[in-house]
Design a binder for this molecule. Structure first.
Ligand code: LLP
Length: 418
């Protein structure tokens, strides 16, 4: 859905902030990811306001949109970064993040990645298994360092979201179950190079119903009290990300004040706690558009019409992978009749579509279309499949825009190949 006042129509022209998207495209060409800086800042502001009475560190989840210029917008507002790889650590530091505000999650951290994060002196590792804990301890010992960790606990709560992005249930690979967690916390207490400082969870993504947070936070608060009674100190409660956004008009953003209440209330008696939030989608999804140009209109004899565009699953995989819905709207509205079409890309797979059986305004060759809510898990999940160049990325702020990732060349495609 378009998010006024950052994305809107003015005299039938789709605007981002104060600029006509058509004008930007004249310079950058398509496909292009456009992001509204005003929208990014406004989403963060809303979260900050909801948590203004709590001790909170916001760590932008870099995986949603990893361009260092986007991360830098949040860093400049005092945010830390949630990373899941050595590559993301590198990006976070390049974006200017304070290492002491970087948290590192992920089930498969390699020795190399762990060493790099210790060298960078990050805030904490969110540890996802006993073997990982042992590896961190031994690498820390070899480097003569004491390393802060939290354990990622799997509270066994159903986030009621798409199965591929539910993470807190018993059958998920993430985290450590509550029972085993106590044993691992105890052994961490004995490790010389480990400093226990927190507990971590992430129950899933795109939660529009936030009641599962209430359930999970009660489990975690009781858990923290148990740990306290065992003399295991917990300073940080990292609740991960997950707040959903309305991709369709019949949905709405969760009540953020209620979200903050569900998170903080179970910890009322534990005033020493600082909450860490790892928001991703909520901060960037609605700020982003993927702009594409119609290449061909193809009708078949079974009455089906395909609008074939210059982007697809290689640039925005969400429709193919999660059957996700993204609105597709014209960059210049012509008030023409609407047709039911499939919007498809150039990739040699039938799963390459952006929309199926979708009513959109009649489009013709050369028209520009905007795929909405594309700012999260769009460019960061894009690939070079079929050797297409990645889209350019553009950051728009008021009446100015900046190219933040230039268009690739064929030479770029072969980079590193011998
Ligand atoms: N923290 C951790 C540990 C995570 O695994 C994730 C997302 C986040 C934070 C950020 O969650 P968010 O606030 O964005 O919900 N590619 C999928 C979503 C995958 C989510 C992965 N983890 C999609 O396009 O819907």
């Amino acid at each position: 859905m378009i998010l006024e006042p950052y994305i809107y129509y003015k005299e039938n022209q789709l605007m981002m902030e104060e600029l006509k998207i058509e004008d930007i495209m004249k310079e950058t060409g398509t496909p292009a990811y456009l992001y509204s800086k005003g929208s990014l800042l406004n989403q963060l502001k809303q979260l900050k306001e909801a948590f203004q009475n709590s001790n909170v560190l916001f760590c932008y989840s870099l995986k949603v949109c990893h361009n260092i210029n986007i991360a830098n917008v949040f860093v400049n507002e005092g945010c830390g970064i949630d990373i899941v790889s050595g590559g993301e650590l590198y990006r976070a530091l390049k974006a200017g993040a304070d290492p002491k505000k970087i948290v590192y999650s992920g089930v498969a951290k390699t020795s190399k990645e762990i060493k790099e994060a210790i060298e960078a002196d990050i805030l904490m590792f969110n540890v996802e298994s006993e073997q990982e804990l042992m590896r961190i301890n031994s690498i820390a010992a070899s480097m003569n360092k004491k390393v802060s960790i939290s354990l990622r606990i799997n509270p066994g709560v159903d986030a009621k979201t798409h199965p591929y992005i539910t993470t807190g249930m018993k059958e998920n690979k993430f985290g450590i179950d509550c029972e085993m967690g106590l044993e691992i916390y105890k052994s961490a207490m004995q490790m010389e190079n480990i400093n226990i400082c927190g507990i971590d969870l992430h129950i899933g993504s795109q939660l529009l119903d936030i009641t599962p947070y209430g359930e999970a936070m009660k489990v975690v608060a009781d858990y923290v009290r148990t740990l306290k009674s065992m003399n295991i100190p917990i300073k940080y409660v990292d609740i991960g990300g997950g707040i959903g956004i309305p991709y369709t008009a019949d949905k709405s953003t969760p009540d953020l004040l209620e979200y903050a209440r569900l998170i903080t209330e179970p910890f009322k008696d534990l005033s020493e706690i600082t909450f860490i939030l790892e928001p991703g989608r909520f901060l960037t999804a609605q700020a982003g558009l993927l702009i594409t140009e119609v290449q061909y209109i193809k009708d078949n004899s079974y009455g089906k019409r395909f609008v074939i565009v210059d982007t697809g699953m290689h640039h925005l995989i969400r429709p193919s992978l999660y059957q996700a819905y993204h609105e597709i709207i014209p960059v210049i509205k012509k008030e023409k009749q609407k047709n039911k079409v499939d919007v498809v890309g150039p990739i040699c797979e039938s799963s390459d579509f952006l929309a199926k059986d979708r009513l959109i305004e009649e489009a013709k060759q050369g028209d520009l279309l905007a795929v909405t809510d594309a700012g999260a898990y769009g460019m960061s999940m894009a690939s070079h499949y079929n050797s297409h160049e990645l889209p350019v990325e553009v950051l728009v702020s008021k009446d100015a825009y900046k190219i933040i990732k230039k268009r690739e060349t064929y030479v770029d495609l072969l980079q590193g190949e011998l």
